[in-house]
Design a protein around this ligand. Sequence first.
Ligand SMILES: C[S@@+](CC[C@H](N)C(=O)[O-])C[C@H]1O[C@@H](n2cnc3c(N)ncnc32)[C@H](O)[C@@H]1O
Length: 270
Amino acid sequence: MSENKVNREKPSQMAEGIAMQRFGESNKPEDERICNDPYAIHFISPEIIEFGMKHPDEAKKLIENTERRFPGLSSSIMARVRYFDDFVERSIDEGLEQLVILGAGYDTRAYRMEELKNNVKVFEVDHPNTQSFKTRKIKEIFGSTPEHVVYVSVDFETEKISQKLFDNGYDPLKKTCFVLEGLVMYIPPEAVARIFSFITENSPKGSAVIFDYYPQSVVDGNCKLEVGQNIRNHLIELGEPLQFGIKEELIEDFLEEFGFLHIQNITRRL
Ligand SMILES: C[S@@+](CC[C@H](N)C(=O)[O-])C[C@H]1O[C@@H](n2cnc3c(N)ncnc32)[C@H](O)[C@@H]1O
């Protein structure tokens, strides 16, 4: 498969993989886990759950092998989930009116954060092939899709989010938090630029965006760490290759060009 070959014909495997991580963490004792997602299990294929229950030792070995191939990845994803959860909760406390989750995948914040249900309109934006699987599951779990959630299907690569969001009731005057968790690395630079421009041009003061990114070296294949190479190669094999990275020392410049203020770059120096 060529390095740039993207396969979005089926629901995102990465979205399922992240749900699997949340499921694993949620199964730990309450005083050990750092996040809890009671709905994650619904987005994992039944065969995987069954295998884990029937063959716990083999499943454990597979997890250990994955950790050897991608050391630290699983725990960093869990830390990301918790960090993003805390950020959204703080935004709610500070009077959030809209939450826009771009590349929502199987994000379940709209369903597990009670505070969102009364006062905040949540827009979940994702590719139609992943979103249709999600809405089907949400209907199975809750009987219907909740009223406070609006589903917007978009291919960021070929479509603009602006019209889609406005058509679905997005209000540019309302205080908004944009969540891009595990998204920007999977879409081309032009699509990332369209999203960031939309945010700064169409949200009022006090709005915020939270996102994670890969260093450019991992995306290019120049990362000196084996884990960086392993992640890159694995994503190419899955058909969800890395497409966008940022040179870490340039992150502030990159964001200032779009007009962002109060930039905070939280990182672990490698
Ligand atoms: C790694 S998953 C993350 C999902 C979710 N944010 C999470 O953290 O669990 C990346 C998500 O981005 C979506 N995505 C990737 N490329 C996209 C595109 N071109 N258009 C729309 N969605 C896209 C995928 O469908 C998938 O749900």
